[in-house]
Design a protein around this ligand. Sequence first.
Ligand SMILES: [Zn+2]
Length: 334
Amino acid sequence: MAPIGLSSRAPFAFSPDQRKKAIDGGKKPRGTDITKTAAASMRRIVFPTFRTVDEERHHMRQRLAAAFRVWAEHGFDSGNAGHATFRDPEFADCYWVNPIGVHFSNITAGDLCMLNQAGEMIVGNRPVLSATFAIHGGIYRTSPHIRAAVHTHSDNGVAFSALGKVLEPISQDACAFYQRQALFDQYEGPVLDVSEGEIYGKIINEKRARLVILQNHGLLAVGETVDEMAYNFIFADKCCKVQMLAEAAGKTIKLPHEVAVQTGQLFNPKFMWVQFQPLYYRLLNRDPSFLSEDESKGLDFMANIPARIAFGRKESGSPRHSGHGTTMQAKPNL
Ligand SMILES: [Zn+2]
């Protein structure tokens, strides 16, 4: 047996033919179209396919649970603030969300709950944050192409949001959000009305935005897949940090409009989906417990509290305002 840390396989080595081919290749005239090579590489990457909608749902639940764990590694958790969702692949009016009281780093696929547009819990029996229904419900109702969304109070996101401006194209990375972002500058308190979520959705549609900066509040990122959405948020938070660092150090230099547009096109949804894969598999290799269908422990402190009282669910009123709170009504699992 090989010593620990060493492979028992023979060490890698080029054959004489391979070595000659590599050396000869270096003598060929330059002029290879790198963009074609890159495009060919991207074509080799294919999104997962599913035989049934149940398989797709299962996949999305696992990916969202993984996203929370990855975000926890980035320090994006903040008490009970922070929620992320994906649109159910079968029931387009329904979406899956994390319950409150579970740290991002502990979330499992089994923790996620499914709500409908009336704010009723279709799957699960754990409390969810009122703002989830107000924000995500409005987005899914007004943005048919959006399949996943996240909002957290990350440090960089909250700090940048206080500046009342959008990300500037001061780096290659920041071009990912050039003309793909918007600023919502009308903070009037915690989001408790679905009409505000609908405004976010309309902004996302009008601006083709993948990022909305909620002034004095934090960041909201969306995506066409859970993986893209997860990485959009990570990337946006990073760009916020970089811009604040650069502006604190001196005068920044913006890339020209044409360069920013062209560079931004590279950061398409598929590209951003790809960026999440190393993070996903790093987590999977280290701690696959997020795949569990069991609910995580830790909600004992609210076991005896009627959720509709604790979180202010209104018992009457128009549908527009009746589902802001939490419901604990469990229905049969799908
Ligand atoms: Zn918030």
